[in-house]
Design a protein around this ligand. Structure first.
Ligand code: ATP
Ligand code: MG
Length: 271
């Protein structure tokens, strides 16, 4: 790795806060801005994968070329080592303009059991992709809602991370814990992982504590909270089911919000 490429993990301990929506649409935005972009789906739920490609395309690609599970050595639970495929072949090219995808696989659900005793299991992805990431301007990792082995692999690869937060009471609670844990992980790996910011997402979803949570996040984390707020809009989930980004939907407001947030993130990354 040359150190030039920006590698950004989308993380939060909480589920359903818009991590995948941000990872996918931020990737699409980067591609539209002519940045050569790699999106890596590290969530066994495979939501980012199926936001970009159809289940049929995934099935064919997984059978012929493999998925992120191959890079982590857990394909079909073969063994803790597995039979890793050529990392370059695992990449599905051109899912959006200038965006490539490393798809995920359900096998990741049990990776913590499968790799329980494996040495250096949290750096498997980094080692598998060491000759690949320099081909890109930006790499974006979508993570599951926890800090288990897939997220650890994303963080070990990453130079930066963003935290999408849905402004309900419970979403706000884990953020300080998350920031502390990532800082500790970064120290232990002796690999800087910079916190880029907190993105307020799915704003407008009915939520009793919304106003208090948003105010408290802005008070606690100050300018670490991005200015742009992503509102709850049906175009966002509809885009997912159509395997397109929000920029290809007929909703200017949704597109404008994701563009503005993406521009804020790129500015923080110096891109
Ligand atoms: N701004 C939005 N407006 C409307 N729906 C949204 C928006 N953002 C996300 N969604 C929808 O809400 C659900 C959860 O969003 P998303 O999958 O992005 O969250 P997540 O944090 O990745 O969840 P998980 O932790 O399960 O991976 C999805 O069905 C998604 O399509
Ligand atoms: Mg997700």
């Amino acid at each position: 790795m040359s150190g030039e490429v920006k590698i950004v993990a989308c993380v939060n301990l909480k589920g359903g806060v818009g991590k995948t929506a941000l990872a996918v649409n931020f990737a699409a935005y980067c591609g539209m801005k002519n940045l050569k972009t790699l999106l890596i789906d590290l969530d066994p739920q495979t939501n980012a994968t199926f936001s970009c490609i159809s289940p049929e395309d995934w099935q064919k690609h997984a059978a012929e070329h493999g998925t992120v599970a191959d890079l982590l050595g857990v394909r079909n639970h073969a063994s803790a080592e597995g039979a890793a495929k050529d990392p370059a072949s695992v990449i599905k090219r051109g899912v959006f303009q200038n965006v490539d995808l490393i798809p995920s696989h359900l096998d990741l659900f049990t990776i913590d059991l499968d790799l329980g005793a494996a040495n250096a299991r949290e750096t498997k992805l980094r080692r598998a992709l060491k000759d690949i990431v320099d081909n890109y301007d930006i790499v974006i990792c979508d993570c599951p809602p926890n800090l288990t082995v897939p997220t650890q692999n994303a963080l070990a690869l990453s130079t930066h991370y963003v935290v999408p937060v849905s402004p309900d009471f419970l979403s706000g609670l884990g953020i300080a814990l998350l920031l502390t844990r990532v800082a500790k992980f970064s120290d232990e790996l002796e690999s800087p992982i910079e916190h880029v910011g907190i993105a307020m997402s799915r704003v407008g979803r009915p939520s009793y504590y919304r106003a208090q949570t948003m105010e408290s996040l802005r008070t606690t984390f100050g300018d670490k909270v991005f200015q742009t707020e992503i509102r709850e809009r049906s175009a966002v989930s509809e885009a997912t089911s159509k395997n397109v980004s929000v920029f290809q939907m007929n909703d200017k407001d949704a597109a404008n919000e994701f563009a503005a947030l993406s521009a804020e993130i790129l500015a923080e990354l110096g891109l």
